[in-house]
Design a protein around this ligand. Structure first.
Ligand code: PLP
Length: 405
């Protein structure tokens, strides 16, 4: 199998699994207990919190463990909305957020009377800072902009957005689910008030995430019950999951420079080969060769004109190659990706998109095999396409450049 869907989820690192295992079967105490194995669990949760905080350069008591990135996103938005009711009801976000943000905003708008500004992005997927600042109003309570996009890998100008938010005394949340463990992030340098992340995206286990909440940001509990997580997130801690998250965070921090260097090299190799060897394609998201905007080191997203991304995916799967046609959460739905629409793609180019996301374990040989497979499949699929036939005959213009026929 060739696994190129690391934005959907990653393989849990075997060393991480080894650290987690004792907390299922031997050291299974509830961290709230006072006896030996309970204290061992408590110490393990504390150590995981410290490791996670170290990556962000923040205090350990600013890390609050959750069950996933979606929970952290829901918590940040809903609790900020509640905490700032006296000031206003206006939230600024973007059109390209993950559904965990978009659908939470829609809920707050529909059920709770929030007013939402959804900022457009440019063709690279980047938010316009001038437009963002101009959209701030006296009743603006929160800005939520993702650190990096899950479909096209765009890295947003988070530090500048944080500066603007601070200048206007507005809370700033960032969904860093795709960025934490993939690129350097420092909470203070980036002027972040809240940040969401999820362990399964950086070689940790599924079912564990966290919300960073800067000291002094007065948002309250999301889950009510016991006093866990400094009284702000009730529920017996997922000790093995939290241990795994901490171990994965530490490993990601230690390996970050090497991983980024390797992934960037392989990403650019893959982009170059597809561009050179498959006609009528469009790279979606920032072009590393032009470097107008940052792109996640592991993200490649191409539209193959005259091809359905879903068909391409199925035929890659038959060759044991795992990829995605958009975000994992929207695959299966036939509407074109909201992210690809937001960067200006036509429906037909958006339907022809394929996302390939690498890991530190990806090899050049795997990418060679993948390019060969894509070339053959695209040729076969185009051979069955009436639109491609029309393009060949010169009766249809290609969106991706002039006819070679
Ligand atoms: N935010 C982004 C940008 C994501 O890519 C994802 C998952 O794909 C999430 C949030 C949700 O994270 P989780 O799967 O941990 O709920």
């Amino acid at each position: 199998m060739i696994y190129l869907d690391n934005a959907a989820t990653t393989r849990t690192d075997p060393d991480v699994v080894a650290e987690m295992l004792p907390f299922f079967s031997e050291d299974y105490g509830n961290p709230s207990g006072i006896y030996g194995i309970a204290q061992k669990s408590r110490a393990a949760v504390t150590a995981a919190r410290e490791k996670t905080a170290h990556v962000l350069g923040c205090r350990a008591d600013e890390i609050f463990f959750t069950s996933c990135g979606s929970e952290a996103d829901n918590w940040a938005l809903k609790a900020a909305f509640e905490a700032c009711r006296d000031k206003g009801n206006h939230i600024i976000t973007t059109q390209i957020e993950h559904p965990a943000i978009l659908n939470t905003c829609e809920y707050l708008e529909r059920e709770r009377g929030a007013e939402i500004t959804r900022l457009a992005v440019n063709e690279d997927g980047v938010v316009d800072l001038g437009e963002l600042e101009a959209s701030i109003r006296p009743d603006t309570i929160l800005i939520s902009v993702m650190t990096a996009n899950n479909e096209i890998g765009t890295i947003e100008p988070i530090r500048q957005i944080g500066e603007i938010a601070r200048r206007h005394d507005v809370l700033f949340h960032t969904d860093a689910v795709q960025a934490f463990g993939q690129i350097p992030l420092h909470a203070d340098e980036l002027n972040i008030d809240m940040l969401s992340a999820s362990a399964h995206k950086f070689n940790g286990p599924k079912g564990a995430g966290f919300l960073y909440i800067r000291k002094g940001v007065g948002i309250r509990s999301f889950l009510h019950g016991g006093a866990q997580e400094y009284n702000r997130r009730a529920g017996t801690e997922n000790v093995p999951g939290i241990v795994g998250l901490g171990a994965a965070a530490k490993k990601a921090e230690e390996n970050l420079a090497r991983k980024m260097e390797k992934e960037t090299r392989l990403r650019d190799y893959l982009i170059r080969r597809i561009r050179e060897e498959v006609p009528n394609v469009k790279l979606n998201g920032p072009d590393p060769a032009v470097a107008r905007a940052g792109r996640l080191p592991n993200n490649v997203n191409f539209s193959f004109e005259f091809v359905e991304g879903e068909s391409l995916l199925i035929m890659l799967d038959m060759r044991q190659i795992c990829a995605s046609s958009g975000s994992a959460c929207s695959s299966g739905s036939l509407s074109p990706s909201h992210v690809l629409k937001a960067i200006g793609l036509s429906d037909s180019l958006a339907h022809g998109a394929l996302r390939l996301t690498l890991s530190a374990e990806t090899t050049k040989e795997e990418l060679d095999t993948t390019v060969e497979a894509i070339r053959g499949i695209v040729e076969r699929l185009r051979g069955m396409s009436p639109r491609y036939e029309a393009y060949r005959k010169g009766t249809l213009q290609a969106e991706t450049g002039s006819s070679a026929f």
